[in-house]
Design a protein around this ligand. Structure first.
Ligand code: NAP
Length: 280
């Protein structure tokens, strides 16, 4: 199988290229092809002739998107449509990465794929609009919503916590946002299976289990054997430009239907920290 990955230089893209074996995978960064440039996208897709396109390229700075909506929509919605248009033209399947931030966070039980989108941030709106337009253009495309990514080769929450914990006796971390931390290695393996299984429609793909950022930070400090105290605070105390959903846990049901099982985030974190220790 020939596969073209947009966003190959990102956190997920690096894991995808590392994990993907047995197929011919081409990885592209924004320098290879800016997805806002429809002609360039067309050119690289014609050159690489993929059967599957994985669209992991995005403007992922959620607070940055809030201050720069034009760029957020240009990349995350219109750029995605540029890729989809070429995918349709050449008959390639498309796997698009979306986000838990398409939801408003008002539920208290896991979000199902059938739940209504109601994004609260510019980033979430751009992703939600991309989803709707993609499904209109290519009803057979696959949309994988994921959340709270951590992994090697980019900005990663465990790394931030470990860096701060090394120099501070106590850390304040928000305890009123619930979600599913997801290890890029596990997400990448699931993405590969989705392509091999010829999946279509919306799928929720996260590590299993859920927590708050505070609980996640506590576990990082505990597993790393550090003495730093982690203190729970509210989102109001740590105000950020973009609102985040208070609860964006994604149900595992859609993935289970496809026979794909995700490890727990506790297990994923332990493996990530072990691997990190080996490489630092
Ligand atoms: N990180 C999370 O917690 C999270 C949560 C939910 C969903 N997601 C989604 O999962 C996907 C992967 O996220 P990630 O964390 O791996 O992202 P990331 O580390 O921020 O990487 C973003 C990737 O997109 C590329 N890119 C950015 N702007 C581009 C443009 N205009 N044209 C072409 N490529 C462009 C970057 O290329 P350069 O390196 O060349 O800039 C990079 O390869 C994204 O769709 C994201 O929205 C992420």
């Amino acid at each position: 199988m020939r596969v073209t990955v947009f966003g190959a230089s990102g956190l997920l893209g690096k894991a995808l290229l590392h994990e993907w074996r047995g197929d011919a995978v081409t990885g592209l960064s924004s320098r290879d092809a800016d997805i806002r440039d429809a002609e360039r996208v067309q050119q690289v897709v014609r050159e690489t002739r993929p059967q599957w396109i994985v669209l992991a390229a995005a403007y992922t700075d959620v607070d940055g998107c809030e201050g720069n909506p034009d760029l957020a929509f240009a990349v995350n919605r219109d750029g995605a449509m540029n890729v989809a248009a070429v995918a349709k033209e050449v008959g390639a399947r498309l796997l698009f990465l979306s986000s838990d931030y398409v939801f408003d966070g008002k539920k208290t039980t896991a979000y199902e794929i059938s739940d209504q989108r109601n994004p609260q941030s510019v980033y979430g709106r751009a992703k939600a609009e991309a989803e709707v337009k993609l499904l209109e253009l290519m009803p057979e495309c696959c949309i994988a919503r994921t959340s709270w990514l951590f992994g090697t080769g980019g900005k990663s929450f465990p790394d931030t916590i470990l860096r701060l914990a090394a120099s501070r006796p106590a850390l304040d971390v928000v305890n009123d946002q619930h979600g599913c931390p997801t290890y890029t290695t596990d997400l990448a393996r699931a993405m590969i299976q989705l392509c091999r299984k010829n999946a279509s429609g919306i799928v929720h793909v996260t590590n299993s289990g859920d927590c708050t950022w505070f609980e996640f930070a506590q576990e990082i400090v505990r597993v790393a054997g550090l003495a730093t105290t982690v203190r729970p605070v509210s989102s109001q105390q740590m105000a950020r430009p973009a609102p985040r959903p208070a609860y964006s846990v994604l149900s595992q049901a859609s993935l289970q239907v496809l026979g794909i099982k995700m490890p727990s985030w506790h297990d994923a974190l332990r493996r990530y920290l072990e691997q990190r220790q080996l490489t630092t």
